[in-house]
Design a protein around this ligand. Structure first.
Ligand SMILES: Nc1nc2c([nH]c(=O)n2[C@@H]2O[C@H](COP(=O)(O)OP(=O)(O)OP(=O)(O)O)[C@@H](O)[C@H]2O)c(=O)[nH]1
Ligand SMILES: [Mg+2]
Length: 148
């Protein structure tokens, strides 16, 4: 267990003006295929998590983002069978372009309430709960969706 390699993956909660969150479905042939995840990918040698995310969002979704528009949200630390995943998750509400599944993956804009209908990788379960709470706080705190 202690011999597992640490894999650093950078991911993002892209939140639309109406408060919906973008989920991407892992394509056939990849590990955890069919499960719904935060867009992102592995941080390569010499990259910052933010830069890796800018690159991944261009490759996977065809959108342009500015690292200044990333706000740290949370992170996952999860032991899989063959590696340990450390995944910072940023929040981002501003980007250029319309997200598309550039690698053949399906995309879905999901309300916080509907997140339960989208099965996620084991590492993401707590993060989805956290996102739901975060959204609930925004609405219950008399702040309307347009202040997201
Ligand atoms: N992007 C992303 N990866 C996640 C999430 N949750 C989670 O366990 N992972 C795991 O993180 C690992 C790396 O993600 P990835 O497959 O997106 O990496 P990548 O884009 O660089 O793809 P590649 O390695 O095929 O080039 C995978 O084992 C994946 O299952 C998540 O919410 N988003
Ligand atoms: Mg990826």
């Amino acid at each position: 267990m202690e011999d597992l390699k640490l894999v650093l993956v950078s991911a993002v909660a892209l939140v639309r003006e109406d408060g919906c969150l973008l989920l991407a479905q892992r394509p056939e042939g990849k590990s955890l295929a069919g499960l719904w995840e935060f867009p992102g990918g592995k941080v390569e040698e010499g990259e910052s998590p933010e830069f890796a995310l800018v690159r991944e969002l261009k490759e996977e979704l065809g959108i342009d983002v500015d690292t200044q528009d990333f706000v740290p949200f949370s992170f996952a630390s999860h032991t899989y069978e063959t590696f340990h995943l450390l995944m910072p998750v940023f929040l981002c509400r501003k980007w250029q372009g319309e997200p598309k599944g550039c690698e053949g993956q399906s995309l879905a804009w999901v309300t916080a309430n509907d997140l339960v209908k989208y099965p996620t990788p084991p590492a993401d379960v707590g993060l989805m709960d956290e996102f739901r709470r975060w959204t609930g706080d925004k609405i219950c705190g008399e702040q309307k969706l347009d202040t997201f």
